[in-house]
Design a protein around this ligand. Sequence first.
Ligand code: AMP
Ligand code: MG
Length: 642
Amino acid sequence: MDPLKIGIIIVSDRAAAGSSADLTGPRLSALLEGGELFVAKLVQRMVVADERADIQAAVTGLSDRCDVLLTSGGTGFAARDVTPEAVAPLLERSAPGLLAAMLHGSLAVTPLAMLSRPVAGVRGRCVVVTLPGSPKAAEECVRLLAPGLPHAVDLLRDRRTRVEHVHLQLQSDTVPQRATPTAGGDEHYCQHQHQHQHQAGSTVDPSQVSRRHRRSPYPTIPLARAQEVVMDAVAGYERAVETLNITAAQDRVLAEDIVAKVPLPPFPASVKDGYAVCSADGVGVRHVLGASNAGVDGDGAASTVRPGTCVRISTGAAVPAGADAVVMVEQTRLAEASEDGTRELTVEILEAPRAGQDIRPVGSDIAKGTLVLDSGRRLGPFELASLAAVGVCQVTVFSRPTVAVMSTGNEVQEPGRPLEPGRIYDTNRLSLLSALPATGACVIDAGIAIDEPEQQLQQLAALRSALHRADVLVTTGGVSMGERDLVKRLLTDDLGAQVHFGRVFMKPGMPTTFATLTLDGRCKYVFGLPGNPVSAAVCSVLHVMPALRAMAGLRDFQYSKLRVQLESEVRLDPRPEFARATLTHSQTGRLPVARVTGSQMSSNVLSLCRAVALLELPARTDQRASLPAGAEVDAIVVFGQL
Ligand code: AMP
Ligand code: MG
């Protein structure tokens, strides 16, 4: 956990002239760095003259690097006192509560505090307060502000778990009046008395069972919004590219537009086995000049077909010069052959040909220069075939994103050994490891992380190590309301992640969580899926897979939808629900018929087997508790993804 980063600007003409005249700066530094109030680190202390421009330059420069920026001096009534006037225009939001706390406390010490004109507010993610210039008054003010500053910084940095923790404390009977220093250098900003020593290296305290949230601190957002948030976040993912031979490019995503280098067919080609003729000749007997066979120069390939002559030709062979039609062999009759039967001398054309009949002109399938495939296309078997056809054998493709899959939970056991009491086999990791490669991502097995409080560091280490190895981490379990559900807290409090959402209004999968954090200088994306196998699978389909496909560079990263009809009545849930269903051809209706795959409990892994669609069932309303048989709903086609 980072200490509060503090900047101090001493505003004083005298102090600026000789820094030994500055007594306030060292006193504030000692107080803040001593750890008595909270854990803090001094980023910079500087002295500037009582000049508006100098003060503003210092505040602008330091506020980007600090959580809390304190100026001291220049807040009185003297003509040179311009600090509030210099600082106020730089503040984006004011913080009158901080001013009230300072003035109220200072007035209790001296009525002259009424002559101080401080300002306080927020600039970017930095709290800025102008303190009085006297060392004693400045220190008193910092002590008065101390109980609020760490929490203010948590709010500015969106450290949601810790913010909620303080709120919870404030609602309890044991609200401390002042900030309490924490023991042993352990870095807590929370202001409660710690009954329990946390695991070193992690700030999450799972022992405070009775203080856990009874309602999720995360707002519940609609699925469409959640999907938008994920897509916006992954839009920033930076993809590398690599060049591959087409024989090694299966399932990769093109990173360039491909233009035909050669036309297809490259020569006028016969569509039939028969005779190349002059169409103007109509029906009648023709002299056979020789043969043109596919791929070989038959004795007739170089001939020029003139009126009254023809060349025997096979499918795919080049049509010789002069010919403008092919007559298939079935529409001819042998008129005369050589004695030994090795040559046809004349044939009779039985049906008059049209000009151009059964000839594929040059480039009629793919003209030279045509855009064959565009960037963002997955190279399936026929895309590869098209590349080969137009003479392209090296392609630039996107490098694959890497995704690590991790299960969490004490009860989760690796399959392969007899089950221990109270445990269940890990199914989520296997299903995700099997399903995710289809998105185009490289998939890494990050194992099972235990969520026993004593093993919390192991879980943190496992999360960290997986994040070092992958662009995306998908965890299952540990994001609900259980006392051991630590994933969100470890992410925010220990890994500095920003949780973009922690609850989605959908069934299954309400506690689905999406967070981003910076590690190794790169943005990492974390999906915390609920542990129930159905929730994990459905949420992976709805949130993770489209994101991975988009990161892989695929242009079409969303699913196709079908309109379907319910085979039987379906009861609706208060949340929009994604029911697993099979689809069958309807003998009578226009639309495919959807049959829900048995019990839709989120633990029922069998409901995923055979399912090819997720039915988008609307939320229940007072007017509508169920949908009748025959009702039409949209279905997300997940064939091959579940
Ligand atoms: P959780 O989301 O951790 O509260 O877990 C919800 C339910 O899913 C519990 O019944 C867990 O035992 C079960 N569960 C969690 N992880 C897995 C997993 N990897 N495989 C199968 N079931 C799991
Ligand atoms: Mg669990």
